[in-house]
Structures are given as structure tokens and as C-alpha cells.
Design a protein around this ligand. Structure first.
Ligand code: BGC
Length: 388
């Protein structure tokens, strides 16, 4: 039987991206430097969105979206410490205005993984001065770029950033040191709080959030090691940052991609990244957020699927679970799919395809995928049809 699930009024629907992954032409950040050293794939022109944002936002509008998440690139805005580039500030004001005139509510991320070289060369977030530096940058962006933007996301995925850069040696600065990792985690918390206070002094009405990368950690079965490991990870990865920033958060942005069931393996379909698809996970991770008493926006959820055979169902199944969480009291107010278009997928370069829109990286031609129309229908009707 078919059922229609209705989402709350004024629900925000859209998609997300990040500056380095789509803009192209960013050479003065740590990822560009890592590419020059052959440690990660080169990003080059990416989707050339720096020049094509109007065309891309036209498509988002045509696809029924009413919101959109981008990030501003710190290295463009502050290429040297304390020297802010007013031309780049104007560029981002134009980008934000282009969203506004198309009826796309902007979510602006201040920092999405890539760091200006001057900052990373001086220890990045290992350095205690990072707190003041991030705060200064946030102040400039608030004064000169954000205008009347309502939603600002200060940090994207603090847990994943610290883990990949300081434990796994997988992302810049390619380190493996638990003590440095812990001090980076702590500085990210302090940087968030300092920036949030500074932003609120300038714009008391703005809504400050984080894009928090939470994972479903659960132990199944009697093994006490699994039980304690799941509890530890739950607190350390999912809730430590949120607990220590909760006074300085107006909303929680959730990025959901992963689950970890300790003691049990599920045989599930996989994305092109080899990640298992487990829509129920988003329901559980959302339920964990009830205690914060804050509005929640899904800031990212998506999959690599070059043939677009799984994406439509993925969206429907995840939204059904989000709806279930809303019914049970989680105040979810928006869903931004990752990503609006294929882009630079970090260490995988351009090989993995996360887009509602397919990009030909040679010609820069865009092609709307079928799943984007499945999603369009949901966005436009604010409802989801499911079989049950
Ligand atoms: C990040 C994105 C990334 C996506 C897919 C998230 O961790 O915020 O930048 O492309 O996941 O891996």
C-alpha cells in the first residue's frame, strides 16, 4: 500500500557542496600544496563553480530546492594572516545574492577542511593561536560577506577532520599522534566557541551551527569489549564536540554517512565508495540529538553512485527514516543532499560521483541525473510517497 508522508511546514530542501571541491583555481591552501607534493590528487579547475555558480544555482532552483549549502574559502578571503581580500569578499557576496534571488536559503560554511597555507604552515589547529585566528576570520566574514544570511556553519566535520589528519595520516597534515589529535580536537572546540561569541556580537540574530559528522555506534551481543567500545565512541566522536559547544550553537547540522554495529555484520548494498547503505542509521543518530533541544538540519547525506542506480531509493529511504525521527520528536527542519553535483572527492579525486548533477570534468558540461527528479518531486510537494 502507498503512504504519503508529509514534512513540517517551511521544511528546507536542497543540496550542499564545499568551496575547494567545486570552485576550482584554489592554489594557496594545504590540499593544493599536498597535491603539488603528489600526496593527494590535484583539484585544478574542479567544477569551475567559481565562474559558473549562476548556472548551477539556476539548476538547483529548477530542481525544486529552496535552500543551498556552500562554503567560503578561507585561503581566498585571507591569503595572508590579517590581510583580507576585498575582491574575494565581493565575489562571495555576489554568490550569496545569487542564491537569495533564486529563493535558495543560504547555509554558509566558514571552514570545510581546507586551510590557508600561512595557517597550516604555522601548525594549523595544533597551534593555540588557531583559536584567535579562526575568530578573526569569522569576524571578517560576518562583517563583510554574510550580510543578512540567517544560517552559518562554523566548522564542517570536526571529528572526521581530526581523525583523518592526525590519526589516520590520510589527509593533510598526514600525522599520527594521539596527543596532537586530542589537542586539535580541543582547539576546534575552543575555536568554534570563540568564533561564535564574536559573530553574535556583530549579528546577534544569526543562527550558528556546526556540520557534525555523527556515526551510529551500537554494540550487539554480550561481548563487554564491544559494549564499552561503542559507548566510548558514542561519547567521544558523536557528543563531545556538541556537549562542549552547546552553549554556542543555535542549531545542529548533521552529516550522516556511517554506522558501526560492533558484534554484528549486516549484508547491505554498498555505494561506489564501498560504504554500506543503512538508512535506519540516520533515524538512530537523529534520536541521539533530542537531548540538546536544538533544531536539526541535515547538512549532508548522500552517496557515490556513478550509474545513478541507487541514489533515488537512497534518498527516499533516508527521508522515510528522517520522517520517523520527526514523528518521534526530533526537530528536523531541513535536508541538504550531498551533493548538488559531482566534485573533488578528496583523496579519490574526481572518480567518485556524489552528484544529483553529473559533471563532465573535461568539457564542464552538466547533466541532471534521474534521481534529481525523484528528489525534485519530494522537494516540491514537501511529501514523500512510500510503499508499506
Ligand atoms: C564531507 C564532504 C565529502 C563527503 C563524502 C563529508 O565527509 O563533508 O566534503 O565530500 O563527506 O565523502
Amino acid at each position: 500500500m502507498k503512504h504519503t508522508l508529509r514534512f513540517p511546514e517551511k521544511f528546507l530542501w536542497g543540496a550542499a557542496s564545499a568551496s575547494f571541491q567545486v570552485e576550482g583555481g584554489i592554489e594557496n591552501c594545504d590540499w593544493a600544496e599536498a597535491a603539488r607534493q603528489g600526496k593527494v590528487p590535484a583539484c585544478g579547475a574542479a567544477c569551475d563553480q567559481y565562474n559558473r555558480y549562476e548556472e548551477d544555482f539556476n539548476t538547483a532552483q529548477k530542481l525544486g530546492h529552496n535552500s543551498h549549502r556552500i562554503s567560503v574559502e578561507w585561503a581566498r578571503i585571507e591569503p595572508e594572516e590579517g590581510k583580507f581580500d576585498l575582491k574575494e569578499a565581493q565575489h562571495y557576496r555576489n554568490v550569496i545574492n545569487a542564491l537569495r534571488v533564486r529563493g535558495l536559503e543560504p547555509f554558509i560554511t566558514l571552514w570545510h577542511f581546507t586551510l590557508p597555507l600561512w595557517f597550516s604552515n604555522d601548525g594549523g589547529f595544533e597551534n593555540r593561536r588557531s583559536i584567535e585566528r579562526f575568530k578573526n576570520y569569522a569576524e571578517f566574514v560576518t562583517r563583510e560577506i554574510l550580510g543578512d544570511v540567517s544560517f552559518v556553519v562554523l566548522i564542517n566535520e570536526p571529528s572526521g577532520y581530526a581523525h583523518n589528519g592526525y590519526i589516520r595520516k590520510y589527509w593533510p597534515p598526514f600525522k599520527k599522534n594521539v596527543f596532537t589529535y586530542i589537542s586539535v580536537c580541543n582547539n576546534l572546540i575552543k575555536a568554534h566557541n570563540a568564533a561564535s561569541v564574536a559573530i553574535k556580537k556583530i549579528r546577534p540574530d544569526i543562527k550558528v551551527g556546526v556540520a557534525k559528522d555523527n556515526v551510529l555506534f551500537e554494540s550487539v551481543g554480550p561481548n563487554p569489549i564491544n559494549f564499552f567500545a561503542a559507548k566510548f565512541l558514542y561519547h567521544w566522536i558523536n557528543h563531545r564536540f556538541l556537549n562542549k559547544t552547546r552553549e554556542h550553537l543555535d542549531f545542529i547540522g548533521l552529516n550522516y554517512y556511517f554506522y558501526m554495529l560492533l558484534g554484528r555484520t549486516l549484508d547491505l548494498p554498498k555505494t561506489d565508495m564501498g560504504w554500506s547503505i543503512y538508512p535506519e542509521g540516520i533515524y538512530h543518530v537523529l534520536r541521539e540529538l533530542i537531548g540538546y533541544g536544538k533544531p536539526v538540519y541535515i547538512m549532508e547525506n548522500g552517496l557515490a553512485d556513478a550509474t545513478d542506480t541507487q541514489r533515488g531509493k537512497f534518498i527516499v529511504d533516508h527521508l522515510a527514516q528522517i520522517h520517523r525521527a520527526i514523528q518521534e520528536g526530533v526537530d528536523v527542519r531541513g535536508y541538504l543532499h550531498w551533493s548538488i553535483m559531482d566534485n573533488y572527492e578528496w583523496t579519490f579525486g574526481f572518480e567518485k560521483r556524489f552528484g544529483l548533477i553529473e559533471v563532465n570534468f573535461v568539457t564542464q558540461q552538466r547533466k541532471i541525473r534521474h534521481s534529481a527528479y525523484v528528489y525534485k518531486n519530494i522537494c516540491e510537494t514537501n511529501t514523500l510517497e512510500i510503499e508499506s
